[in-house]
Design a protein around this ligand. Structure first.
Ligand code: GLC
Length: 731
């Protein structure tokens, strides 16, 4: 009897305790359902609203308390202090009606405070692991200061170096950029997105932003559906497959339909075919800009088209907040669409762990890489990103020269080595070339220097003094290039030449007859044909980040073997643009060119020298004809025929000789970075899997492997190598 009474008592107690309490949802989706059921329409559109942080957190407290803001976007112009971030988060979590946390976004593109080389430079290392390590280090550093979400990686394919944003992506090749995109997502997000050391990634700018006509940012992208699917979309698919939490819709129109109002790209492909379950944020004001595009009559139509197309969060222009409640009220936008957008946003906030740990993790600063480790990594990555374009034997320079002269506007320059999108990076942290060289050479070596001219000034007054300095030295290092403000967003150039009067400076120094190496710091490929014709050696250093001066000195004096290879074609002149390696054959191969300039680039995709030489030999195929469901192994011997150990980036290219549609003359389908001691030979092996490596969108836009003849190359770059043929036979 007693037991029965006891059980009744316990049961009654439980009923009283839990009556009316929602059952704690066991998983994220249930918790999201519960939240959405409770949310007002204002709170829902509040979750779809991202606000630009312009300092003074107090300005936003009321809106946060009312649940009208979902996310803050910081920028190099206004970096939110950690305490400000948690102050706003505390209001959202502890004072708003539903306690939904904020998510804080920032452009952590190639570093947060420790700035690494610009992404197009890093891609020249052809090393996905390096990309992943840089992203992971950058994520940790940014998370320590309260960032949850980065607007990166930027994975726009770029074939036009006039476009300032070529600096931010991974070059012209889809296959390589796809591999780098996935690596960056892995690095930013880590193995556990809810970790306080990770950042939610944001693949941008979806899609075909780099196809801007004339290389003019924001301009029209006129691309066929086939080019969209084969050239511009695959890096985004790779990023989605790697688990990217978010995407950003681009500013540009895609053949008449703005990317921010494009149902096909955002919903049919991204959310439908690819089953992406994160959320899409518009780019800055890109919803409102659809009015200027002429795609929307007013903000009501712009908002309607954006939400229907599949944009879930509105960056900065506030139109979702202003217009969506009324549109739902009038029945012009279904509340289901709003709920789906809110669901996606809440899903990422849950996955990021913001509901369980909304505030900055105080232990984070004590964990993760030390400052010394980060600087060492920045130095290694910068050196790995530099590309040796020419060397007639002058390099590596001896450290015990009696004297050496550094000449040019980049001798002492620090701020420009940060490159575009330098986040919280500071010039004071940058090692200039002069410092790197001084620390590298023997104490007995007299290091002279003169700037000679500005980066893009018109005055040649200081050139004579620079010539006089050069004449005193045993050898000259020219330090040339572009400022960081000449690349990045809206920073396009109509010329690819050295800016200002740098060419005059170069020719004046050349006239001294001294041995000369040119180090070029830039955010884009440049037409440096004169340097290539006349100067003894050229090291293309890009904008190499805070350890740039040390990394360049490591390469110049041989403490680091330059091994980088170009991921963008270098035009001979801007008149050649666009010029890229995976072009079509045309009906008159080799005839589509100019009467006043060869049709080939100055330096091709995949090109880069080292301090040794390599020989390719003995190309072998495991078979010369296979069915589409079989694989083919391609091997080649690579020998280091020089006196110095080094690394070689061995590349595999294919060509689908004919098909239901025309195909590029070459397509990268594999690469391997190998280390070889002097005189050492290795056999490098690649596996061609037709479905993975040979599928195309055929005449009917079906993604298939077409039987037929293929060429295959293994070589050091896209314009040379050992060649063979194989056939894909009908099933
Ligand atoms: C921009 C850029 C985008 C960036 C965003 C936030 O205009 O196009 O890449 O992430 O603003 O700063």
């Amino acid at each position: 009897m007693k037991t029965r009474t006891f059980l009744i008592l316990i049961f009654s107690l439980l009923v009283v305790l839990f009556a009316g309490q929602p059952v704690q949802a066991t998983d994220i989706e249930e918790q999201i359902d519960q939240l959405i059921e409770q949310m007002t329409i204002e709170e829902k559109v509040g979750q779809m609203t991202q606000v630009y942080f312009v300092g003074q957190p107090s300005r936003f407290e009321e809106q946060v308390r009312r649940g009208e803001i979902s996310s803050f976007l910081g920028s190099v112009l206004s970096i939110m202090a950690p305490e400000e971030r948690d102050e706003l988060q505390r209001i959202a979590v502890e004072q708003s009606r539903l306690g939904i946390p904020l998510i804080f976004g920032f452009d952590v593109i190639h570093g947060y405070r420790t700035i690494f080389p610009i992404p197009v430079a890093m891609s020249c290392a052809w090393d996905p692991e390096l990309i992943e390590q840089v992203a992971a280090m950058s994520a940790h550093e940014a998370a320590v200061e309260g960032v949850d979400w980065t607007f990166g990686p930027m994975i726009d394919i770029a074939r036009d170096p006039r476009w300032g944003r070529i600096a931010e992506g991974y070059g012209e090749d889809t296959y390589l950029a796809s591999i780098m995109a996935a690596a960056a997502v892995r690095g930013f997000q880590g193995s556990d997105l809810s970790s306080t050391a990770s950042l939610a990634a944001c693949l941008k700018h979806y899609v075909a932003y780099g196809a801007a006509e004339g290389g003019r940012d924001y301009n029209t992208s006129e691309v066929s559906k086939r080019t969209l699917r084969e050239t511009y979309m695959p890096p985004f698919k790779a990023g989605v497959d790697a688990g990217a939490a978010t995407l950003m819709s681009a500013f540009n129109e895609i053949s008449g339909i703005p990317a921010t109002g494009n149902l096909y790209t955002l919903t049919e492909v991204l959310k439908g075919e690819w089953a992406f379950d994160g959320f899409v944020v518009s780019d800055w004001h890109s919803i409102e800009e659809m009015i200027e595009h002429g795609f929307a009559e007013d903000s009501v139509e712009a908002v309607t088209k954006a939400i229907i197309a599949g944009v879930d969060m509105d960056m900065k222009d506030g139109l979702y907040f202003d217009e969506l409640p009324g549109l739902v009220e009038q029945g012009k936008v279904s509340e289901e669409l709003i709920d789906e957008a809110v669901r996606r946003i809440l899903r990422i906030k849950f996955r990021k762990g913001l509901f369980t740990h909304p505030y900055i993790d105080p232990n984070l600063a004590e964990t993760g890489p030390s400052n010394e480790e980060k600087l060492q990594k920045a130095r290694e990555v910068a050196a790995s990103s530099m590309v040796l374009l020419k060397n007639n034997g002058l390099l590596p320079l001896p450290k015990d020269l009696e004297s050496i002269a550094l000449i040019g506007p980049f001798v002492k320059n620090r701020s420009d080595l940060l490159g575009c999108w330098y986040a919280a990076g500071e010039a004071k942290d940058v090692v200039a070339l002069l410092t790197g060289v001084k620390e590298k050479v023997s104490p007995l070596c007299d290091v002279l220097y003169a700037e000679g001219c500005d980066i893009d000034g018109t005055s040649t007054d200081s050139i004579p003094k620079a010539v006089a300095v050069a004449e005193q030295a045993d050898a000259v290092i020219l330090a040339l290039g572009e400022s960081r403000g000449m690349s990045g967003e809206a920073r396009n150039r109509s010329s690819l030449d050295l800016p200002g009067v740098q060419q005059e400076l170069v020719e004046a120094i050349y006239a001294t007859g001294k041995p000369i190496v040119a180090v070029v710091f830039a955010g884009r490929p440049m037409s440096i044909g004169w340097l290539n014709e006349n100067i003894d050696a050229i090291l293309f250093a890009w904008h190499p980040g805070i350890q740039g001066g040390n990394a360049a000195a490591d390469c110049l004096f041989g403490d680091f073997e330059p091994t980088g290879k170009l991921t963008t074609s270098f035009p001979r002149g801007v008149g050649q643009v666009p010029i890229y390696y995976n072009h079509k054959n045309t009906g008159r191969p080799g005839s589509s060119k100019y009467v006043d300039m060869p049709g080939t680039p100055l330096f091709p995709f995949g090109y880069g020298l080292s301090y040794t030489t390599f020989e390719y030999d003995n190309l072998q195929l495991s078979d010369t004809s296979i069915a589409p469901d079989e694989s083919l192994t391609v091997t080649a011997d690579v020998k280091n025929t020089g006196e110095r150990a080094s690394q070689e980036i061995v590349q595999l290219y294919i060509c689908d000789i004919f098909g239901s549609v025309t195909r590029p003359v070459r397509e990268l389908r594999g690469f391997k970075k190998i280390t070889l001691e002097p005189q050492q030979k290795k056999t490098v092996s690649f596996v061609i899997n037709p479905t993975e490596h040979l599928s195309i969108f055929n005449y009917n836009m079906d993604y298939v492997v077409e039987p037929g003849l293929f060429e295959v190359w293994v070589g050091p770059n896209s314009s040379e190598g050992l060649e063979a043929e194989f056939e894909i036979i009908e099933f």
